[in-house]
Design a binder for this molecule. Structure first.
Ligand SMILES: [Zn+2]
Length: 237
């Protein structure tokens, strides 16, 4: 029997929580940047469990940063960008079996497109404890046209919230591209935080609108995957 991990209060202001980023979980293009095979993904999730990680929704990390919150030992956030169908088909069942939850960043105008997850699938994931974030309306680079920020940022949130019937608290910048105007509008349009790209797992109030996410490429050996993470040996109770 696994011992129950003891959650502890994390005071507001800072938290150490790796946020991983995946795209496709599929056998389509093994060993490439955006495709992690289901077998690799299963091994990575099992390794995380063996190393004592507990998945949390990103809103809990945001709460911890803003007001303090109880976190499990070795918390981790697992995110998936773009809403590919393979996340529902392959990642969701693997994680569900292991008792893990994730966060999907959805491009709002792709909700009814072929090869992307639909409303019914996203609702099923939400019912299992997953969280949905917005990834803009059309996946445009927001730094290139500030005239579109209202529709790309605000409308993506409103579209997803009305389709799914849940609050969509966080945003992922397409291509990780941001400038001070884009970040400010993301806050003004009602997002509590936003995620980008990076290599750090240390987050503070100052990074709320560019939380660093560690991208996991396809084809990583266990050692290379472990090197992305702060803890990679079993937790000794
Ligand atoms: Zn994207």
């Amino acid at each position: 029997l696994e011992p129950t991990p003891i959650w502890a209060f994390n005071p507001a202001g800072a938290a150490s929580v790796p946020i991983l980023l995946y795209h496709h979980i599929s056998d389509e293009a093994p060993g490439t940047r955006y495709y992690v095979t289901p077998a690799e993904f299963k091994k990575e999730m099992e390794d995380l469990q063996r190393w004592g990680y507990t998945t949390i929704p990103i809103s809990l990390l945001v709460d911890a940063l803003k007001s303090g919150a109880s976190l499990p030992p070795r918390p981790i956030v697992i995110t998936f960008d773009d809403g590919h169908q393979s996340v529902y088909d392959n990642a969701f069942p693997i994680m569900k079996k292991l008792g893990m939850v994730g966060v999907v960043y959805i491009v709002a105008n792709r909700l009814q497109s072929k090869d992307f997850m639909d409303v019914a699938e996203l609702k099923e994931m939400i019912d299992s404890g997953w969280e949905v974030g917005a990834h803009s309306m059309t996946h445009a680079d927001l730094t290139l046209n500030h005239g579109n920020l209202r529709s790309e940022i605000l409308d993506s949130r409103l579209t997803l919230e009305s389709a799914l019937g849940v609050h969509v608290p966080t945003f992922a910048y397409p291509f990780g591209a941001v400038d001070s105007t884009v970040a400010q509008k993301t806050a003004d349009y009602g997002f509590k935080a936003a995620v980008g790209l990076g290599r750090s797992w240390e987050h503070t109030l100052g990074t709320l609108y560019y939380l660093s996410r560690i991208e996991v490429y396809g084809g990583l050996e266990t050692q290379a995957f472990a090197a992305l993470l702060p803890w990679h040996e079993p937790l000794i109770p």
